[in-house]
Design a protein around this ligand. Sequence first.
Ligand SMILES: Nc1ncnc2c1ncn2[C@@H]1O[C@H](COP(=O)(O)OP(=O)(O)OP(=O)(O)O)[C@@H](O)[C@H]1O
Length: 258
Amino acid sequence: MTNNQPLPPLLAANGLCKSFGGIKAVNNANITVESGSITGLIGPNGAGKTTLFNLLSNFIQPDTGEVLFDGEPIHNLASHQIALQGMVRTFQVARVLSRLSVMENMLLAAQKQTGENFWHVWLQPRKMIQEERQLKRKALEILESVGLDKKVANYAGSLSGGQRKLLEIARALMADPKLILLDEPAAGVNPTLINQICQHITEWRKEGVTFMIIEHNMDVIMSLCDRVWVLAEGSNLADGKPEEIQNNSAVLEAYLGQ
Ligand SMILES: Nc1ncnc2c1ncn2[C@@H]1O[C@H](COP(=O)(O)OP(=O)(O)OP(=O)(O)O)[C@@H](O)[C@H]1O
């Protein structure tokens, strides 16, 4: 039997609203992210992009509307449960644990470790040690792929801004995510490192990771994304392929009118 039904989106936001006092930061926003895509989210400063990310990851609760991840509502799930389901995020200012080493930052992000359970530490110490070894190997592989393998023993706080962003993305990958929400991965990063980050994102997508990216750097958006959503004043302004968005007069007006 053939099944020609299109796959449901990996992430869907329906009618999201969020106000802070009198400010409607997100106002009836609708977004979908297809599995396997690199999806962009752009808009002028203050358009509501980060607030929308916070809602998509249930970091904050919407006033109205719902978010479905893999077809399931996420409003009752805590951040770690959402990560276990396969959605992780990074922040505009990378949130690494400065006083821990790069490796410790990576290991903390790993999911489903036997060692997380107190009784397993007592009952299965060998299994725990094996798992830790495997996790370290995995962490090292990911760190190698982003060029941070020489820094494993360094404090995360000693990394440059760009390297912290790489560490944050590397850490997100430790959770074997289906979807990573990246908040301005190129902001404050030098052009060489931006190119590297873009190459890594393309590689990871080939390996099956879906991305949603907020970014002000239009070269990054245009070169990476399959589809771009545009927010203005908290609401959907446009969505489409990068070249369609580039030539959309309403989008140009929203940016130029800033
Ligand atoms: N916690 C908060 N309390 C009050 N107002 C907020 C809060 N968070 C966001 N806002 C307001 O909501 C609006 C949208 O902000 P948001 O940070 O989501 O925009 P953005 O598109 O991510 O902006 P930028 O591109 O400048 O980062 C802004 O007017 C902002 O001042």
